[in-house]
Design a protein around this ligand. Structure first.
Ligand code: SF4
Ligand code: SF4
Length: 400
């Protein structure tokens, strides 16, 4: 096990390893579904007819341009395609049976067979290319796959809780056997202070990481293993690795997800098992959260902001949800230009000089590959006394 030390200035409170003890289960009352704009689809392509009957695990949506992206039904019943979402009105509780795998069978399978099966069972889209977050093409090969066991962004569920579940360790191992067919190099990291987890998962861990957010994000992990790794390596979350293993073992789409709820002043604040596709309304009702409270789905820093009163569902990529008081419309302060304080540079975990990249972008100068290691963690924006939206500018520059 190799050790990585990420030294940068992180003003965020250090996250304890075992953060929350409260675990509950929330049972949805409203139909499960997907909010279309939270899915990785450019040209959504329905795979079933509106109003038809589906089972849990039926492929329901793909992309006309990227057919290797498939989303499966999180519930069984009548499917309804609406303008901004897809919902399933539950009628019964039946699973579509997919093929099951044992470790020995996966070891004998070819890369092509494993890739095809992951596409078939709607699990390919959980794989992402560093640091673009693009879904990789199945015919491409990563330089390595990076899995960070702990997501150190604030308000994310602890890996300790994930691996307490029966079968979690063996499901993780089964999924690793599938991933090894895609990439013979798999790096798995753990924070240095995660003592219990280190003992439990010793045989899988390749690196331990010392440092604060975003030290344990896969993009930073990869940067410290190989500075040229961004855009060549792939990643997926530890929770999705476990879910992939459960799917391969049982043949049933694992719709349960561990999600951290926060920002609500109730004793229910904590981690909960919920079903993928749960309507946010169910969560509001469970905790008496008024309709006008805003929601952040996904991490507090990287998540998607949803205005109060708008319909939304917990999507495949969300493992955190924060309710926040209704805010006044954001009135940006007059933009003061960069004062050269250097705060952004000392915050950057991947040793970038955000102020110089910003100046190049503003001067319309080419930035070539300078932004490649950026993981869009947002720390530079948060520390900037001139309130320059560095992270947003960098994301736009990366996509232009
Ligand atoms: S968002 Fe800012 S702090 Fe974070 S990696 Fe990119 S340049 Fe560095
Ligand atoms: S933190 Fe803001 S003001 Fe300070 S150097 Fe960076 S971009 Fe400039």
């Amino acid at each position: 096990m190799k050790k990585i030390e990420v030294q940068h200035y992180s003003f965020l409170e250090k996250k304890p390893v075992s953060r929350l003890t409260h675990i509950g289960t929330l049972h949805p009352k409203n139909p499960l579904g997907f909010t279309l704009n939270t899915l990785a689809l450019k040209n959504p392509l329905p795979l079933v007819e509106n109003g038809s009957m589906v089972k849990i695990g039926t492929p329901i949506l793909s992309d006309a341009q990227f057919p290797f992206i498939r989303y499966l039904a999180p519930d069984s019943g009548k499917i309804l395609f609406e303008e901004t979402r897809v919902v399933i009105e539950r009628i019964n509780h039946t699973y579509l049976d997919h093929q099951t795998f044992k470790n020995s069978e996966l070891k004998k399978s070819s890369k092509k067979e494993v890739c095809q099966h992951l596409i078939q069972i709607g699990f390919w889209h959980y794989l992402r290319v560093l640091n673009t977050s693009n879904i990789p093409h199945p015919e491409s090969t990563p330089s390595a796959i990076y899995i960070s066991l702990e997501n150190d962004e604030p308000e994310m569920p602890s890996a300790d809780l994930l691996f307490k579940e029966k079968d979690a360790v063996s499901d993780f191992e089964l999924a690793l056997s599938a991933l090894e067919k895609i990439s013979p190099i798999i790096h798995v990291s753990i924070p240095t202070n995660a003592i219990n987890l280190k003992l439990k998962l010793r045989k899988f861990i390749t690196h331990e990481i010392e440092g604060d957010y975003p030290a344990n994000q896969p993009g930073v992990f990869a940067y410290y293993v190989n500075k040229n790794e961004s855009k060549k390596a792939w990643t997926l979350s530890a929770q999705d690795v476990i879910r992939m293993g459960a799917f391969l073992r049982t043949g049933h789409y694992p719709v349960e997800k561990l999600i951290q709820l926060s920002g609500i002043q109730t004793k229910g604040n904590g981690c909960f098992w919920i079903k993928e596709g749960t309507d946010i309304k169910d969560l509001r009702d469970s905790f008496n959260i008024p309709e006008d409270h805003e929601v952040t789905l996904g991490g507090l820093i990287s998540g998607t902001y949803i205005q109060g009163g708008h319909p939304a569902h917990v999507g495949p990529y969300h493992s955190s949800l924060s309710f926040i008081e209704p805010c006044l419309p954001y009135l940006p302060e007059p933009m003061i230009d960069c004062i050269g304080c250097g705060q952004c540079a000392i915050s950057c975990a991947v040793e970038l000089q955000p102020q110089f990249i910003y100046k190049k972008i503003m001067a319309s100068k080419p930035i070539s590959q300078e932004l490649d290691p950026c993981i869009f963690c947002g720390l530079c924006t948060l520390v900037c006394p001139s309130h320059i939206p560095l992270q947003t500018l960098f994301k736009k520059a990366q996509h232009s």
